[in-house]
Design a protein around this ligand. Structure first.
Ligand SMILES: *Cc1c(COP(=O)(O)O)cnc(C)c1O
Length: 392
């Protein structure tokens, strides 16, 4: 438990760290230092003197152990949507004779949108094929160039077996690309062991680096100097400051960089990663399963109105739990008004994330007690809880 290391308002039980992690207390000092001592005093020399230029690779090496990746295979920058595009484009370039991008209907919409957009820019017959999560393995054949999946379903929490699907993909000659948005910082991942070619993810969910923090991209070690960067920006050039008019990618993971990195957000991420120096992701997973099991058992006992839509088997579930309820949006608003923060995903999903860094057994019991009161007394049935805001 590291609860005292996070900024959490009094009286709030925060079950939404799967969407936006809370702020680690060290972040504001660290960002302030970057502003005052680095930008403020060193001005442009901070790119060298404060190490800004190599931050994206340095933080990649810091993050690597949390996602089971070796040094030199991870780099930070841009947003996850952009990193999806890059990894997908690099995957397609590896299979020029194949025409299908295979994904599943549980994928996060932006991943599918980026695939659709990418297809339009490539002068080649390509098709995005979206099947149900259970059917992915059956569709791995020699027409498929790349299997693009998100390991943990953002809605239901269903967990794909990364090792087994990657192996099946490879047997069919398919490139494997994983989105780890709801996995990184939530459960152990063995990227190196599963042998996937590419992985991407964000750092503002379970990694607590704040809104707009940089995304990460992983390239298997043997591809780090081979993968074709689709977004060929100058920061990925072999020698950015040679200002060569012709593009030539760096002979390292640096080739997956695009433009100038968001230095302040990188500083926030650097501070947020301190948490992982003395925390084992295996312990986090074990405790997260205990919290999820407790929550499911208590909700099913006390709130018969809600229907579990997450897998019941903890081995097949990520670190959040979802229940369907017709008036889910209003119920979540009522919960938030009572200090329990979860979120809503259309059409009827109430979603709760369990992050043992700052959520414990007592929080779960207290949250269910509040939920039970709202359900039993239909406190959600109030106009003030029914107005849908821009972000749900
Ligand atoms: C959260 C999430 C995103 C968000 O992408 P951004 O570019 O950071 O807005 C994308 N894909 C998945 C699977 C996600 O869970």
């Amino acid at each position: 438990m590291k609860k005292d290391q996070f900024c959490l308002p009094d009286g709030v039980i925060y079950l939404d760290g799967n969407s936006l992690g809370p702020m680690p207390k060290t972040v504001s000092n660290r960002v302030q230092k970057t502003l005052t001592d680095e930008w403020g005093q060193l001005l442009i020399s901070a790119w060298n003197k404060a190490g800004w230029f190599h931050q994206p690779e340095r933080l990649g090496d810091r993050l690597a152990p949390v996602i089971g990746a070796p040094r030199g295979t991870v780099v930070l920058g841009d947003t996850l949507s952009i990193k999806v595009y890059q990894a997908l484009a690099a995957s397609l370039a590896m299979r020029p004779e194949r025409s299908v991008i295979l994904s599943d209907s549980g994928n996060f919409p932006t991943d599918l949108y980026m695939a659709e957009g990418l297809i339009k820019t490539i002068d080649r017959q390509l098709q995005l094929k979206v099947v149900s999560p259970e059917q992915v393995a059956d569709h791995l054949d020699d027409t498929v160039a790349v299997m693009m999946l998100t390991q943990v379903d953002y809605r239901t929490g269903r967990l794909h077996d990364m090792a087994s699907l990657t192996e099946k993909a490879h047997r069919a000659g398919v490139v494997a690309m994983w989105d780890l948005a709801h996995s990184a910082g939530a459960l152990p991942i063995d990227l190196e062991g599963c042998n996937a070619e590419f992985a991407v993810g964000c750092t503002y969910k379970y990694l607590n680096a704040g809104p707009g923090s940089p995304a990460f991209i992983y390239t298997r070690a043997d591809l780090a100097i081979e993968a074709e960067p689709a977004l060929s920006g100058w920061m990925g050039h072999a020698a950015p400051f040679a200002f060569d008019p012709a593009y030539s990618p760096a002979l390292s993971i640096q080739r997956m960089r695009v433009g100038t990195p968001p230095v302040l957000q990188m500083a926030a991420l650097d501070a947020a990663l301190d948490v992982w120096d003395d925390v084992s992701i295996h312990d986090i997973r074990k405790k997260s399963i205990e919290l999820c099991e407790l929550f499911i058992a208590e909700v099913e006992k006390q709130c018969p109105q809600l229907k579990l839509i997450s897998p019941r088997d903890s081995a097949k579930r990520g670190s959040h739990v979802s229940f369907a309820f017709e008036h889910g949006y209003a119920a979540i608003q009522a919960l938030i008004a009572d200090g329990v923060v979860g979120d809503f995903r259309a059409p009827d999903v109430m979603r709760f994330g369990f992050t043992p860094l700052y959520i414990d057994h007592n929080d779960v019991i207290a949250a269910v007690e509040i939920l039970e009161n709202i359900m039993t007394n239909e406190l959600w049935n109030n106009d003030k809880f029914k107005h849908q805001a821009a972000v749900t």
